[in-house]
Design a protein around this ligand. Sequence first.
Ligand code: PEP
Ligand code: MN
Length: 346
Amino acid sequence: MIVQLNKQVSANQISNIQSFLKEQDFDYIYQDFNHQLIIPALKNKSLLSHFDFISQSIEITTPYQLSSLLYKTKTSFDVDGIEVGGNDLNLIAGPCSVESEDQIHEIAEFLNKQQIKFIRGGAFKPRTSPYSFRGLGNKGLKYIREAANKNNLRVVTELMDLSNLDDVYNHTDIIQIGARNMSNFSLLAELGKTKKPIMLKRGMSAKATEWLLAADYILSGGNENVILCERGIRSFDIQNRNVFDLGVIPLMQSLSHLPVFADPSHGVGKAAFVNKMGLAAIAAGANGLMIEIHPHPEKALSDGEQALTFNEFETFLNATKPLLSAINKSADFIESNNILKLQTLL
Ligand code: PEP
Ligand code: MN
């Protein structure tokens, strides 16, 4: 249940209702910035009917509350002039890691030529082995920000640890929370206090409900700009890097109002399959995609096996056009009048 209190509610009234909830053994969160109580276990609103300062109660039958589609119709928000989660498919592309100033500038120039609006690139990299390349750190943040500014791009980069929050915050437009940190609840709660858009990747073994509860950690702090991103889960067969869970895309769309993105690169881990799975994710209803590209995948310092070359990425972009047209969807990298032209062609 989400209980909205009147705007004029007094401190005394707030403390009365909180004491009542404690006496009744209800866990809750009180959001003081909008006078809202979130009480997941409360099923019957009549229990609070003697409080005359409640303006609205929304019954939410799922454990996750603020991310639920029962709470809100579909969310979209602006990221520096580009709408995320609207009718346009959003496309984020870039290298797994920022490796050098030249590398990220070369990629940014290429993306700008393709009319792509978002560049990705990790500066702080979560690597399985401590002996692998772990990113350029703050230098990487500086390089990707500069490359993006020069090429009309918005930045998506990963935050691994709270100690880097200010630096990442100041250099990115969307903060990526990686699969390994989906359950880092203190990190998520801190991000809830900011207004920065967060792309929350699905944990490697996270169920839908766990993923949405993780989103609620951010939303309950007051940050409403959350994107979910499917990136494959661990299963028994590891011939593909992960099991790219296409079915979770329509599932999330039916459970949550949050934009749902998909990352076929980590989903399958093989460049040769990324295009097919990217198209499949669009057909399954993703609001956006994140794809790893590299000018020389064989020399990449991380995830080279799954990176598309520039040519392969262009092939992918061309392949999206008839599909988008067939499902009547526009994209942030295609001028809207080109979409109309495609539609008359088909
Ligand atoms: C990445 O996007 O490079 C990454 C490390 O992703 P994930 O957290 O999904 O493994
Ligand atoms: Mn990667």
